[in-house]
Structure formats: C-alpha cells, structure tokens
Design a protein around this ligand. Structure first.
Ligand code: GCB
Length: 620
C-alpha cells in the first residue's frame, strides 16, 4: 500500500495509539526515485514571497476559512480583480508586486529582516508548461523545511511534512498548456510533535532549501529501483512500476556493458532481480569508488543511475567492507556551505568544498551527515569521491517519544530517506536518533524505527548516536554504554565531551576507560571542543583557544586508542555552524565553534591533529 501526500496530514492527526508498533507504514504513493537523473523543468530562480506570521491565508480571526482577500494562493491578478468591483473588493496581498527571493535557498540569508523569521511564508512564481497530453506530470521537491502546502493554479495539489526528504506531487490534472502559477506555503515552525523538536543546536533554515522541478513521465513509469550486492555474491534488487498498466509488464536492467536482464512485474508492478555478480565486477570502496551505469527500461520509460556495488557488515567487533576490516576515519558535518551568511544552498561546488576537506585534507574515508538527511547531491558526490556515509533522521534530543503522531512522522521520514538513498554505495549506516534519553517510550520509538530500517534495507548497519554514563570506579573515570537500545543496533555509537562539558580535567581524559556490551563494533559518533579561529594562548590554553581544542583532540584520541572495540569516529565537527544556542559575544555570536575549520575556511590547529592521526590509521 502507498499513501498519497494529500491525505498524509489527515493520517498523521488521526493515528490511533495501536498504530505505533504495527506493520511498517506504507511508502509514498509516488517516489520518483532517481528523479535527479530524469529530464525536467527546473523551477529554481526568482520567486515572489510574502510573510504571513498570523497565518491570514489559512484561517480567519475565529479559526474559520480565511478571507479571500488574504489567500495568497489564488489564481488572480489583484489589480484586475479590484478593477471589477473597485468600491467593494480589496486585497491584503499582491504577489505580482511582492519582493522576490532566489530559490532554492533558506530565507534567513535572503534579506536581513528575514534572518530570524520562523513562521509561514508564501512563495509564488509563474512558468510555462507543455501540454501534458497522455503523460503524467509531477512537481518534485527535494526538500522544503518544515511543512508545505502546494497550490497549482489556485488549487491545493498536495502537502508534506518533514524538512529534509524529497516528495513528488502529481499535478497533471491541474496544469494548463502555457502559463501556470504555483504557490507554496512553507511553515518553518516546529512544535512538541515535530521531528526535530523546537530546540536543536542548529539554525532554523526555513524555506525551500533544495531544487523544485516539473517532471513528465509516461502514464506508467519506473517509480523505484533498488540494486545491491549481497554477502553471498549475488546482486539482488527490485523495480517498481507506477501506473494503470504496471502489472505483468516487461522490465529490463542493464549493468554497465553487461547483457540486459529481462524481468516481468507482478500484479503490483514489482519485478525482482537476483543474479550472481558478473565475473570481474569491480567493488566500490573509498580507495576505488567504482560506479556502474545501470540502465532501467520499461515500455517508453528509461532511467540510468550510477550505482556502486560493495558489502558492508558488522561482524563481532569488526566492520567489514567487502569482507575486510575497516576503520572509519570520519568527521561529522552539518548541511551548511562555507561563508559568512550561509543559506543551505548546497551547490555541487559548495558540497565539493566540504567533502574535499574530509577526503583530501583529513585523509578521511567517512562522514556523518548530521543530524538529518542531507542533499541527494551530497550522497551522490560521496559515491563518486569515495566517502562512506552515516545517514540520519532528525530524531534529536527530546522529540515527543510518547506520541504516535511523532512516531509516524519519523517513520515516514526514515522511509523517504532510505528509499531515496538505498542505491548509494557510500551510505553504510542508517541512524535512527541522536542523544535521546533512555526511557521506555523512547526505547519503543527507536526500536520501531530500527525495525523499519532493517525491513526496508537489510544491507546496511543500523545505529543511533547514544548518550553514555560517566562513573567513578576505583578512583578513575569509567565511561559506559549501558543503553537497552543497543540490542536493536548493529553498530554502537557514543557521543562524548569529557574535557569540554562536565568537570573532567583535560589532562585526565586520556586515562578514562570505557565499558560496553560485548560483540558489536563501536564508534565515537561525536567528540569535540569549541575554538575561535585565530584565538591563541599557548601559555594559558583556556577554552575557546585553538590550543585547548587541539589538546582536547590529542587527549580524546589517546583515550580512543585504549578501546578494543573502537572501529571509527566522526568527531564534532568539520566546520563552525550557525546555532541560536551559541551567543557568547566574543567567541560565538551565533556560531557553534566546534569546527576544525572556521565558517570562512580557516583551518584551526586541531585540524592537523586529526589529519595526522588519520594518516597513521590509513597506514595501519
Ligand atoms: C551534541 C549534539 C550536537 C551539538 C553538540 C555540541 O551532543 O549531538 O548536535 O551541536 O553536542 O556542540 O554541544
């Protein structure tokens, strides 16, 4: 079963308690997996915008339907309407005369007065469309933060919740050949039931942060495809067709220059593939990131993706990549470009600049994409450059673990994330949460997500970044992973900040020891300390100096070297990032300073400490 976007909001509000641990929720009715490789009309560019802090376009003063004079999404020309009844009609918007902003790009950087805007914003533009004819047409959004309603030529076409995953809205019946108007109401506000919750440690970044494109498909089209190499040396996968004639159809899959493999769909439009991997198949790895052109065809529809083949597995305390133990030389990263005024405008150049610092600068092979699914361009570039990825959904700190609505929202996000990226060889971990409290509600919530992840894609490790406990044992500090969630995870991941937060002296950190459940690999998903680039005090290295941060890394890395099950790390964090929590007027000014690099690209001393450590690990 697949759900349609228009009914999603209703489903979410009506979710009965019994739903929580029931069967996995349906996938979206339309996925358009790999839409990025389909031709389409890019709607990037200038859009008119209008803030709507009191939501006048959604409701009147008494909670009833809004007054027509406030409905930004109407398909009208305001001047022409007024001219019809000048003594009666008036409007409290006029999108044709509204200011314009460039999309994609969060609104915070568009105008100084929008820096802290957190509410409902209307965007509108016109575009020329071809006649749809006997095809289907979709508006595909790569990400809108956080909720969105989409109107085409004045009609509600669909809606979506969740700021970091793609969705497609079918618009064929609403489009006109020629001029069309599209209006989107983007609501950045979070509340007790959203994912993430209201309080995080990153910026709001409301708006349309990734491209919007108009895509035409044949009436029945290739909606989803998944190919992977299994541990037994077989390539397995599936192709899903969407449309009236999806059942009992011929499908073909061609890997590289191999022979086309002929498949047939069942009554649900699903075809399954299972072949022994071709002899000489070159495996994907960070050292040799081989990708194959894989061509899918069904009737008039064709699609070519670039797919890498590799296996990844947790075995005992090891992580095996293509059957060989690997150490994850990583770093965490937010989705935020270099520059003094970022707007999550993740162009290929912006992504390459960040990933290049990891691959070449740090000698890394791994990146934790914190704390939400990053742009699809990022996971694809990691495929090409050879970086392994930890992918995560924003179940962060204190989401409402007791709420079935929140759980369903998180389950949909996880599904959209996995279904978008499960053809990316770079992705080796699906993470279901970050630093969440150990309570029965949270355990049920995260265990449900871990089960979902495994059911949708059993070919990767499942993890979560865990809180740990800090104990005194025989006069020294012993850290413990003692979280019941571990039994649902393949990889244990711990966040630790001893020597930054808490009372531990930095000089003692290297001697701290760790205990944890046996039989699984463990990584540090975070450790870090703030430093303002350029602030030095070698004699008295206080917090916020580069020297303190560098020493924090030395101490923590020495501690890490004594943990037998440690198989990698993704310290916090590659680059300083904007966060309204961080307001020290000298050192922070709205930036979390735990970056190894400043927001404008200046390396801090600790960068080389980690790079040298990774050079050593590379040789091991
Ligand atoms: C954490 C969080 C991360 C914060 C970081 C910090 O544990 O997972 O989102 O930004 O600590 O800087 O405190």
């Amino acid at each position: 079963m697949r759900y349609t976007l228009a009914v999603l909001a209703l489903t979410l509000t009506c979710a009965a308690p019994a739903l929580a641990q029931n069967a996995m929720p349906a996938a979206p009715a339309v996925l358009l997996t790999d839409a990025i490789d389909r031709p389409g009309q890019d709607l990037s560019g200038l859009w008119a915008y209008s803030t709507d802090l009191y939501r006048t376009a959604e409701t009147d003063i008494n909670g009833r339907p809004p007054a027509p004079r406030a409905m930004r999404f109407r398909d009208i020309n305001v001047d022409a309407e007024v001219a019809k009844k000048p003594d009666v009609d008036f409007f409290e918007f006029d999108m044709d005369k509204a200011p314009k902003a460039t999309l994609p790009g969060a609104w915070n950087a568009a105008e100084p007065e929008l820096r802290w805007f957190d509410g409902l914003m209307w965007y509108q533009r016109h575009f020329t469309a071809e006649a749809v004819g006997n095809r289907r047409a979709f508006l595909r959004f790569e990400a809108v933060n956080y909720r969105v309603k989409v109107y085409v030529n004045g009609q509600l076409a669909g809606q979506h919740e969740g700021g970091f995953t793609p969705f497609a809205i079918e618009v064929g019946k609403l489009l006109r050949a020629g001029d069309n108007q599209v209006t989107i109401g983007v609501d950045s506000t979070h509340d007790d039931t959203t994912v993430p919750p209201t309080v995080t440690d990153w910026d709001i970044y409301g708006g349309v942060t990734r491209p919007i494109r108009l895509i035409y498909t044949p009436e029945t089209f290739i909606d989803d495809e998944f190919l992977h190499l299994d541990l037994d040396g077989h390539i397995r996968g599936s192709v899903h067709l969407n449309g009236a004639s999806a059942g009992n159809r011929d499908v073909s899959v061609k890997i590289g220059t191999g022979k086309a493999i002929a498949l047939k769909t069942d009554g649900n439009g699903d075809a399954h593939l299972d072949i022994a991997a071709p002899k000489g198949l070159k495996l994907w790895s960070p050292d040799s990131p081989t990708l194959y052109d894989v061509a899918f065809a069904a009737g008039d529809d064709t699609l070519t993706d670039k797919i890498g083949f590799r296996t990844i597995q947790a075995k005992g305390t090891d992580i095996l990549l293509n059957g060989k133990p690997v150490f994850l030389r990583g770093i965490s990263m937010h989705e935020e470009e270099f520059g003094a005024n970022p707007a999550r405008r993740m162009t290929p150049e912006a992504i390459r600049a960040l990933l290049g610092e990891i691959k070449t600068g740090l000698h890394g092979n791994f990146v934790r994409l914190a704390h939400y699914p990053h742009s699809e361009l990022t996971t694809r570039m990691a495929d090409e450059m050879g970086l392994m990825i930890w992918s995560e959904i924003p179940v962060y700190w204190s989401v409402d673990f007791g709420s079935d609505k929140t759980l369903l929202t998180a389950r949909h996000m996880l599904a959209e994330n996995i279904l978008r990226d499960r053809n990316r060889a770079s992705v080796i971990v699906w993470s279901v949460g970050n630093e969440t409290p150990n309570t029965p509600e949270r355990n049920r919530f995260l265990a449900t997500l871990a089960d979902d992840a495994r059911a949708r894609d059993g070919t990767r490790m499942i993890s979560a970044a865990l809180l740990v406990s800090h104990n005194m044992k025989n006069g020294h500090i012993e850290m413990a992973i003692d979280d019941p969630l571990v039994e649902h995870l393949d990889l244990m991941a711990a966040n630790t900040y001893n020597g930054w937060y808490g009372d531990d002296k930095l000089a003692d950190v290297a001697k701290e020891t760790w205990v944890m459940p046996a039989g699984k690999p463990m990584i540090f998903s975070e450790f870090g300390a703030d430093a303002l680039a350029g602030v030095h005090d070698a004699k008295n290295p206080m917090k916020f100096t580069e020297e303190y941060q560098a020493e924090f890394y030395r101490q923590t890395l020495a501690m890490a070297d004594n943990i037998p099950a440690l198989r990698g790390m993704s310290p916090w964090i590659l680059k300083d990032f904007q966060s309204p929590r961080r307001e020290h007027p000298v050192y922070q000014n709205g930036w979390n300073r735990k970056g190894l690099i400043s927001e404008t690209g200046v390396h801090k001393e600790a960068f080389d400490v980690l790079a040298n450590y990774y050079v050593g690990k590379e040789k091991d």
